[in-house]
Design a protein around this ligand. Sequence first.
Ligand code: PMP
Length: 354
Amino acid sequence: MKHLIRKEFLEQGYVFATRAAEIARAAGHTRPARLASNENPYPPSPKAIKAAEDVLPHTNRYPDETNRAFIDALKERHGEYHFVASVGMDGIIDTVIRTIISDGDRVAVATPTYSYYGLAVQAQGGVTVSVPRKADFSVDPHAFCRDAAGTKLAFLCTPNNPTGTTETTETIAAICENYEGILFLDCAYIEFDETDYRPLMEKYENLIIGRTMSKAYSLAGLRVGYSFVPAWYEPIYHRAATPFTLNMVSQAAAAAALEDTDHVERIVTMVKEWRKRFMDECPYPVVPGGANYVMVDVAPGRADDMVTELAQKGVIVRSCASFPGLPEHYIRVSIGEPWENEAFLTAIRELYQP
Ligand code: PMP
């Protein structure tokens, strides 16, 4: 029956990095340090857990399709912006692409970066145009607008996955001014950085800012993402979105998590302290970044071997060799619990070759 399937989906797609976990298990590590997925190692706010439990008995009904409780909490937290919400930011990326892209349309992506944009564009019949970042992984707004000319939509991630690089508000404003398409600014890790792009929403009608509850808010398993969207775009998004995407439990937990600012601030402070320790103490150069992970330069051609050797020592990290556009000498290490971070620093010191 495979002849019925679109060819895009017969090719290899999203592959999860399980190899390092298998190596760690084979080496006898029953509880390895899991630093490969940029997750938050801490549980969600107790208030979010309680809110989720409280709505469970009511799940015989469909959830509120307008996500009212969550959107109200977003307005309380950020101000009177226009928001949409979905099953993770990935769900929003899918819907945004669906509203703009059809067969043959071009989408610019500032690379190296998060790989899902390209897969989602391809699934919609679009074509990805890679716009290379500078050698320090930042984006030059003039080069970006030149290379992205003629595309309808562009993806730019800040702090960028996997490099951690952050863009200034001036860079983003310059792109919004000069780019003729819609800019999707992926801010999945923004809570770990200080840059505030939100005021740009007041000025630019071609800017969407994507955010997630998966990282700083510890709700990856409940799949909640949201976006700041221009007023004109909000009803269009809803026309293209799958009905009732965000379930009742996720909505309630996300609203409560947003309100528990103390909980998230504690986690963000810890992550920033560890990020500084990684920068100071890792024997290999660490790329300056603003996320809950760091990208480490472990020397040309050494990324995959380093992942294997760290796994043998019970530390699971991600090789960046699979990110198109990145020279093959980086690993990405998430900031985890203190014992996991210590395990990484100890292991990388042992493996260091000057
Ligand atoms: N954007 C980036 C840059 C990411 O790293 C991720 C998660 N890995 C996402 C978006 C998707 O996040 P979510 O869990 O909200 O779908």
